[in-house]
Design a protein around this ligand. Structure first.
Ligand SMILES: *Cc1c(COP(=O)(O)O)cnc(C)c1O
Length: 452
């Protein structure tokens, strides 16, 4: 009998019954009974509110530069932020789709529309490249924190950065963000792309002068190869998506901005008005960083839930078994093959899983077919166009409302649920070429028509 981390599959099913659903690719939900109060669990992260403030201040220093070199960011003065929108019509059609009657209000946070790279990776990825550039320029005595960073657009700086290179492993969107930003600053950039990466993302990067290395293997392999190649080159900086604290903090800044947006829209978040946030999860850095920021901002009043494809439930598996990055979905014969390319990750970040496990209320998985239906319905109802990965968080509101055990454990009253705000973090899609987007929608429409 073959053992997986010391146990047979049958033994795993006995000690961890949800593993059977994961292995059999059935949609599954787990609300973690071991979550802790925010003030106890937040220190486990090893990063603080001051670290988030430092990241926000760095992004502010760079904003004049970004407005200068990326004209599409000018109307936000170089602050890369996305809209938060209410979607009452969509919520109604989702109710119909799920034969349900949801209470509370559903909103979408449209990171799909973030400038420069059109996905949540424009937060962490761009932030980490900027931080690296700042450190190099300051160490060389060429830049002070008080300077006008538009300076960095000068040919002198491009020449300076061109001595250095930046590398990353990616399923697509991180590569897009790191590659475009690095190339703009003048770095030599190389992106190691997993087999899932879409052709148009590779083409776009090459058009920006980025070196794209393609692999037949999955994300973890692409990262390992990229890391290895960079190790031998002292002038090369490797963005380590599996462990990076910089990426994580870049994502965390989103929560502070969201707090401002909610306030501007008169949406209350307090113990009587809980906030639920649903985050599509790949390796975990993006959703983990955003959730860290949210917990730092809203404490016990916010409930963060991760969602993953049935074929790539790496974070669910890692936290549920306690094995974190010691295991991969492949260890349990789950194939990591999904149309949700942004989430096609077999092994979770060890850093994020361990740091965040007591702060995340739950995890759920959904089928690829479901993601297509959700994106087609969204296009139909709201004319918002997103990629499959980005739809993964949308069913979260139904997962919460139907789980009596979770609701009871959290002691939510009917009134609190009625007053709750649910935000599905919609993580990418505005840059998907029209022909590809039309295929996504057609696929979703087909599944929808078959399911009635
Ligand atoms: C990368 C990505 C995610 C998840 O981020 P991770 O840091 O990999 O967990 C979600 N959605 C999209 C569209 C992505 O590109």
């Amino acid at each position: 009998m073959q053992l997986i981390h010391g146990k047979t599959l049958g033994q795993w099913y006995e000690t961890h019954p949800l593993i059977e659903d994961l292995v059999k690719l059935r949609e599954a939900t787990w609300f973690n009974p071991f979550v802790k109060k925010t003030d106890l669990a937040l220190p486990e992260v090893g990063l603080t509110v001051d670290d988030i403030k430092d990241a926000a201040a760095r992004l502010k220093r760079f904003s004049p530069y970004l407005a200068e070199v990326f004209p599409e960011t000018r109307h936000q003065l170089g602050i890369l932020e996305s809209p938060l929108v209410a979607v009452p019509e969509y919520q109604k059609s989702l109710d119909k789709h799920y034969h349900s009657h949801s209470i509370g209000s559903l909103w979408l946070k449209l990171d799909s529309q973030l400038p420069i790279s059109g996905s949540i990776k424009a937060r962490g990825g761009i932030y980490e490249v900027l931080k690296h550039a700042e450190e190099l320029a300051i160490a060389a005595g060429k830049l002070k924190l008080t300077d006008d960073y538009r300076l960095l657009a000068e040919p002198e700086f491009k020449a300076f950065f061109s001595q250095y290179s930046v590398a990353v492993g990616s399923t697509g969107n991180l590569g897009l963000s790191i590659g475009i930003m690095s190339a703009q600053l003048g770095f030599k950039a190389s992106v190691h792309m997993s087999a899932d990466a879409r052709q148009w993302k590779k083409d776009k990067l090459r058009a920006h002068g980025v070196t794209v290395v393609e692999y037949e293997s999955d994300y973890s392999e692409a990262v390992a190869k990229g890391r290895k190649e960079s190790e031998n080159d002292p002038m090369c900086y490797f963005v380590d998506d599996e462990n990076s604290k910089s990426l994580f903090l870049g994502y965390a800044v989103a929560a502070y901005r969201l707090a401002g947006q909610l306030q501007a829209l008169s949406v209350k978040v307090d113990s009587e008005h809980p906030l639920f946030v649903y985050l599509p999860c790949g390796v975990g850095g993006g959703p983990g960083g955003v959730a860290f920021g949210l917990k730092a901002q809203f404490g016990d009043d916010v409930h963060c839930i991760f969602s993953e494809p049935t074929h790539a439930p790496c974070m669910f598996l890692g936290v549920y078994t306690g094995l974190h990055d010691k295991t991969s979905v492949q260890d349990f014969s789950i194939d990591n093959l999904t149309a949700a390319d942004g989430l096609a990750v077999g092994r979770p970040s060890g850093f994020v899983g361990k740091a965040m496990q007591h702060l995340l209320d739950g995890y759920f998985t959904l089928d690829d077919d479901e993601m297509y239906q959700l994106l087609a319905l969204l296009a139909r109802c709201e004319k918002i166009y997103i990629e499959p990965s980005a739809a993964a968080g949308i069913p979260g509101i139904y997962e919460v409302l139907k789980d009596k055990q979770y609701l009871q454990r959290m002691a939510f009253s009917q009134k609190q649920l009625q007053q709750a705000t649910h935000i599905a973090w919609v993580t990418g899609g505005s840059m998907v070429p029209d022909t590809e987007m039309n295929q996504y929608i057609a696929k979703g429409e087909k599944f929808l028509s078959e399911s009635v």
